[in-house]
Design a protein around this ligand. Sequence first.
Ligand SMILES: [Zn+2]
Length: 283
Amino acid sequence: MPVIFSVDVEDWFHILDVGAPVIEDWERLPSRLEANFRRFLDLGAAAGVQITCFFLGWAAARFPALVREAAAQGHEVASHGFGHRLVYEQSPKEFYEDVRRARLLLEDLLGQPVQGYRGPGFSVTKETPWFFEELVKAGYAYDSTVFPAARGHGGLKLERYAPFRMQTPSGPLVEFPVTVVDVGGRPRCFFGGGYLRLFPYAVVRLMTRRVLREGRPAVFYAHPREIDPDHPRLPMSLKRRFKSYVGLRSMKGKIRRVLQDFPITSFARFLADFGESLEEMSP
Ligand SMILES: [Zn+2]
């Protein structure tokens, strides 16, 4: 089994609910996205791998060249929605419109279909049972928003952690939960964001090997701002500050090693290679 590596393509100010800037102000903030995302593309090129880039629709509209560059380098372009609002803070209709808008925009830029979605903050919970159905209705074939462990912005308990197929009233969907492993009787993540920044690489590698030995892919995630230790800081509580900014200087090196040490793929390529063998389950 491979590692599925993904990047949520957004700027340094797209951190959730810390009194972060609102969408009307984003355009006036000094963007660091182009330089940081190109550094990500360089990491991918150096390792000779293709990954999945979940573009925030707002960022794609502002930097259309980045979308095309990612696709031209063989990476999968997928959707992070348009306005970066938490799933559980939207009505089903608002959510549908946001994710549909992002898909149409990306498809317009690329001239090819977009299959996948990841929501901001992994914010699908048991309070949003309509999530999967609305996503299928908006034209998506897979999702990677379920975080099967306790978490600030949600989390959704699962019986098993491997990717699975599900049926929704709008049609079928494949779910790729963010990877967790049971440690001390609890599901824990080592594979992205603050977790990847916090844990030493030796631990990340050990846990990744364990996941792959269990016969499931390891889903990794990162953000362009996480390989830019000098990006501006937003005001927030000490606890959030730790979670948002710990380990920034170590992140680039860890990502480089993950990309070198494991077979790497994108969600789309994983579906093409292993999609038939996924079991059906309801979330
Ligand atoms: Zn995001």
